[in-house]
Write a protein that binds this ligand. Structure first.
Ligand code: TMP
Length: 235
C-alpha cells in the first residue's frame, strides 16, 4: 500500500483492497504549463477530493456511470479498475483559456453553441488536439466509443452547469476522462475539481479555479474551499 503503482502530477494510485479496484490518493501538488510550474498547496488534496466526491455522487445519482466505489478517507477513494482511454474530453460553454487564445475570442464571450473538444493525453507531445477522425485513425477509440464519451460529457455538462448555478458559480469549461471496464463499459474516471474546471462567480465573474494558480492571482486554496462550501450548501 505504501508504494504507488502509478504517480501522476496530482494523484497517486495504489492497488485496491478488493479485486478489480484501485485506491486513488489526491495530492497537494499543483502543476501548470505541462509541469513547468509546480507548487505544493496545503490542503489541496483534501479539498479536491471532497469536491470531486460530491460531484461524482451527484452524477451517479443522475445516471452517469463512474469509477467511484467508496470514499475511504479525506484524500483517498476506492475506484473500479478501468483502462483509461488516453483522451482529455473538454466541454466549453464560454470562451476562455486555450480556446480564446487559439481563435482570438475574448475570454468570457458566450459561445453560440457548446464545444466538445478532444486532446491526446500525452504530456511529451503537449496534449495535441484531436478530431474524431484523428481518434479513429490512431486507433484510440471506436466510433461508438467517441459517440458514447461525447454524450456522457454533454450530460455531465448539463448536470454540472445546473449544480454549479445553484452554488452561485458559472461553469465556463471543464475536462473529463473516461475508462473502459473489463466488461466493455465506458465509465467516468479521474477527478472533477477546480483543477479541471473553470469556475467563475456568477455575479462578479471572479475566478475560483486553477487559473488562480496558473495566472498567479493568489489565494488559490481560499477559493477552492469556497467552491466546496457553496456546493455543500447547494446539494
Ligand atoms: P484549456 O482552455 O487550457 O484548453 O483548458 C480547458 C479546460 O480543461 C479547463 O477547465 C482546464 C481543463 N484542463 C485540464 O484539466 N487539464 C489539462 O491538461 C488542460 C490542458 C486543461
Amino acid at each position: 500500500m505504501n508504494t504507488p503503482i502509478y504517480e501522476g502530477k496530482a494523484k497517486q494510485i495504489f492497488a485496491g483492497t478488493e479485486p478489480n479496484t484501485y485506491l486513488i490518493r489526491f495530492k497537494d501538488d499543483a502543476t501548470a504549463g505541462n509541469g513547468e510550474k509546480h507548487a505544493v498547496l496545503d490542503n489541496k488534496g483534501v479539498l479536491n477530493a471532497a469536491i470531486s466526491n460530491l460531484i461524482y455522487r451527484h452524477l451517479a445519482q443522475n445516471g452517469v456511470p463512474t469509477h467511484l466505489i467508496k470514499v475511504i478517507g479525506e484524500t483517498d477513494i476506492l475506484v473500479r479498475a478501468a483502462k483509461i482511454i488516453p483522451l482529455e474530453v473538454i466541454v466549453r460553454n464560454v470562451a476562455a483559456g486555450s480556446f480564446s487564445k487559439k481563435y482570438g475570442v475574448a475570454e468570457g464571450s458566450e459561445l453560440k453553441s457548446r464545444v466538445v473538444e478532444f486532446s491526446l493525453k500525452d504530456d511529451s507531445l503537449g496534449d495535441p488536439m484531436l478530431s474524431p477522425s484523428h481518434i479513429l485513425a490512431l486507433g484510440i477509440a471506436a466510433e461508438e466509443e467517441i459517440f458514447d464519451v461525447t454524450v456522457q460529457a454533454l450530460k455531465i455538462n448539463e448536470l454540472l452547469t445546473e449544480l454549479f448555478a445553484k452554488a452561485g458559480i458559472r461553469l465556463i469549461d471543464f475536462k473529463v476522462e473516461f475508462g473502459k471496464t473489463d466488461d466493455g463499459n465506458i465509465i467516468l474516471c479521474d477527478e472533477i475539481s477546480p483543477d479541471s474546471c473553470r469556475l467563475w462567480d456568477i455575479n462578479t465573474n471572479e475566478k475560483m479555479d486553477k487559473d488562480r494558480f496558473r495566472r498567479d492571482l493568489g489565494n488559490v486554496m481560499d477559493y477552492y474551499a469556497e467552491v466546496l462550501r457553496r456546493l455543500q450548501a447547494a446539494i
